[in-house]
Write a protein of this length. Structure first.
Length: 573
């Protein structure tokens, strides 16, 4: 054989790190990557795209990371974020920590520099000991040094991300790994298809019985649904459990729509009453963290309270208060076991309790109703949200992304949700910046139209991704509640000509931004204009940004959580 032919034949029998990583991801059904290119992963992105993986290229890794995190939440498969070393890795790390805190499965894959140089701290290009830095912020962190270990490395990352309580995983891939070659057949054999990545965890029968005994003894029971319950995709079983029990339920923000907010048992509009007056509370995939006032204090009233908790993480039990009936297992298995244990003639709670909850709920709803119908210009939150509430009611399949302070708190209360996993928001940390990343991933993963309701400050954290939305022609309609600032647009600095720290340029026109990228921009000054513009956008599917002009005085400091601002006895200046 001629030399050239020998060389070609030899090459055909070889594979490399680039291809083994791609093959390992594809073998496990991970077909979308969210990231930002650069050394050492630029060619990897190109090759992944050529191999049929969807590679969504962002303007900043943090947004790609948030996209990956919510893709994980929506699909129960780890969302993949791909970054370059040091600065790109750090930009992605916030999202990895966010995924871990929110229990979303995600894998941050970052290229890294030469190990030998990094470890001797000799100043390599983008030098950083990324593995060490990632470790405290995620569930697990791995590094692959040899092409032959790529299969097992990816498998470990997947399993760590989705099994038990899901979370973020870091996978460190040094630059040299991508170019390493090995025998193609051995390479194929080294790949691992993860079997049963999130095995069912069946609750102990005694734990189920204990929980049902406590529930049966209740006079004023309450079920709280958290985003863990929504993540579980056990929608039918959860609905059956709630309906069969006859117990009022309170959905946490991202659990809204698991059962419709308009369901007769929904206590969303009677939140303070049910927290105070309930005697037995069953938490399903909800944690007693700050969002539930840690299960104690004023919000929970004086009367003694018993908690039943369903969670996959045993350490969650007794985290803040005593849990009298812990049920540890995956939500689907636990809810099914409870349903089975309830049998055919489960007694409804004493009738005065659901009646009292319904009365309170109806009072609150009718108090709010007239405020939602105002057509004031400039708009207030209620006028603008009244319009959006109807638009979502008419499109229950659409995905609502929501961030801000007043924009978040008021939208959460006013916009009813009708289907599971349609409301995506700031989550456990109350983080600003998830908006465009979430919107992009929601559109990509579900193919559904997305409505992003954004405070003007919140939007700014990821605003550059409107270019990404236009580039991929995604059906995303962004509504910016523009009140000229953070919480309000009315602060003044009495000392110098600098604007107050919470203020933005007055009368900004965010709609002009998207026009620069070929999207549709609209300036809406009244609820009527807003309604027309959002309807048009949701119907056309064209990337649209609506600048909704809000009264700068309409909001309040920190929205609903102003009480968390530290206070001093010395009077404020
Ligand atoms: C990453 C991050 N940085 C800062 C904050 C603090 N913060 C909370 S809400 C908010 C913005 C609120 O203003 P806006 O989005 O305009 O909503 P509005 O209340 O004006 O409707 C900020 C900066 C945060 N939650 N997360
Ligand atoms: Mg604002």
């Amino acid at each position: 054989m001629a030399d050239a032919a020998v060389k070609i034949e030899a090459e055909q029998d070889l594979t490399d790190g680039f291809h083994l990583i791609i093959d390992a991801l594809k073998l496990n059904g991970l077909n979308t990557i969210y990231g930002v290119p650069g050394i050492p992963i630029t060619d990897f992105g190109r090759m992944a795209q050529a191999a049929g993986i969807r590679v969504i290229s962002f303007r900043h890794e943090q947004n790609a990371g948030y996209a990956a995190s919510i893709a994980g939440y929506l699909t129960k498969k780890p969302g993949i974020c791909l970054t370059v070393s040091a600065p790109g890795f750090l930009n992605g790390l916030t999202a990895l920590a966010h995924a871990t805190t929110n229990c979303f499965p995600m894998i941050l894959i970052s290229g890294s520099s030469e190990r030998e140089i990094v470890d001797l701290q000799q100043g390599d290009y983008e030098e950083m000991d990324q593995l060490a830095i990632a470790k405290p912020l995620c569930k697990a962190a791995f590094r692959v040094l040899h092409a032959a270990d790529i299969g097992i490395g990816v498998a470990r990352a997947i399993r760590a991300a989705v099994s038990g309580r899901p979370g973020g995983v870091y996978l460190d891939l040094p630059a040299k790994l991508f170019g390493q070659v090995m025998d193609a057949e051995a390479g194929q054999k080294s790949l691992v298809k993860v079997i049963d990545a999130a095995p069912a965890q069946i609750p102990a029968p005694a734990a189920v019985k204990r929980a049902l005994d406590v529930l049966k003894s209740a006079k004023r029971p309450l079920i709280i649904l958290g985003k863990g319950a929504a993540y579980a995709q056990a929608d039918d079983a959860i609905r059956s459990l709630v309906e069969k029990s006859g117990i009022p339920f309170l959905p946490m923000s991202m659990a809204k729509g698991l059962l419709p907010d308009t369901h007769p048992q929904c206590a969303g509009a009677a939140r303070s009453t049910v927290l105070k007056d309930s005697d037995v509370v069953m938490l399903i995939g909800a944690r007693l963290n700050w969002l539930l006032s840690h299960g104690k204090g004023k919000a929970w009233g004086e009367a003694p309270k018993k908690f039943i908790q369903i969670d996959i993480e045993p350490k969650e039990m007794d985290s803040n208060v005593e849990i009298v009936a812990p049920v540890v297992g995956d939500i689907g298995s636990c809810v099914s076991a409870l349903l089975q244990g309830m049998g055919g003639n489960w007694p409804a709670p004493p009738a005065d309790w659901p009646a009292a909850v319904t009365k309170k709920r109806e009072e609150n709803v009718s108090k709010m109703a007239p405020r939602l119908m105002n057509n004031n210009s400039p708009m207030d939150y209620h006028g603008a949200l009244g319009v959006l509430r109807t638009i979502v009611k008419e499109r229950p399949h659409a995905i609502l992304v929501n961030e801000g302070a007043n924009t978040l708190d008021l939208a959460r209360g006013i916009i009813d949700m009708y289907q599971p996993r349609k409301r995506l928001d700031v989550g456990t940390w109350g983080i600003m910046g998830i908006g465009m990343g979430y919107s992009i991933a929601a559109a990509i993963e579900t193919g559904k139209p997305v409505l992003a309701v954004e405070g003007d400050s919140a939007f700014g954290f990821s605003g550059m991704e409107v270019e990404t939305i236009c580039r991929y022609k995604l059906p995303v309609c962004i509504v910016i509640f523009n009140n000229d600032g953070i919480y309000r647009g009315t602060d003044v600095n009495s000392v110098s000509s600098d604007p107050a720290p919470t203020m933005f340029v007055k009368g900004s026109r965010y709609d002009k931004m998207i026009e620069g990228f070929g999207g549709v921009g609209v300036n809406a000054t009244s609820p009527d204009e807003l309604k027309r513009a959002v309807n048009a956008a949701m119907d056309s599917g064209k990337p649209t940004l609506i600048n909704a002009v809000l009264d700068p005085a309409a909001g309040s400091e920190s929205g609903r959580i102003g009480n968390l601002n530290p206070q001093s006895k010395i009077r404020k200046k």
